[in-house]
Design a protein around this ligand. Structure first.
Ligand SMILES: [Zn+2]
Ligand SMILES: [Zn+2]
Length: 90
């Protein structure tokens, strides 16, 4: 006997389009979603007016950071928190 695929069953979790995490809409709170409101940029800390192109000799960590808070790790915990935003919301 063939087993039917569980295709019709939708998981209760939704996907956050901001942090790409799955979350339970019933437990979504203003502190659920941690994210960076600005982009991870490549430029010098000490010259934020001009875009800085990395030279091959430059250490990569010298010029990469989040524009919003200065965190230098790409996976640094978000400096802002808010509700998760599902793809259903607009
Ligand atoms: Zn940040
Ligand atoms: Zn989120």
């Amino acid at each position: 006997m063939e087993k039917a695929e569980a295709g019709g069953r939708k998981p209760p979790e939704k996907l956050c389009r901001r942090c790409k995490a799955t979350f339970d809409p019933s437990s979504n709170s203003p502190s659920s979603c941690r994210f960076h409101p600005s982009f991870f940029v490549c430029r010098r800390h000490d010259d934020q007016k001009r875009y800085y192109e990395l030279d091959p000799d430059d250490p990569p960590y010298a010029a990469k950071f989040y524009d919003c808070c200065g965190a230098e790790e790409l996976d640094a915990l978000g400096c802002k928190s808010h509700f998760h935003v599902s793809y259903d919301d607009d």
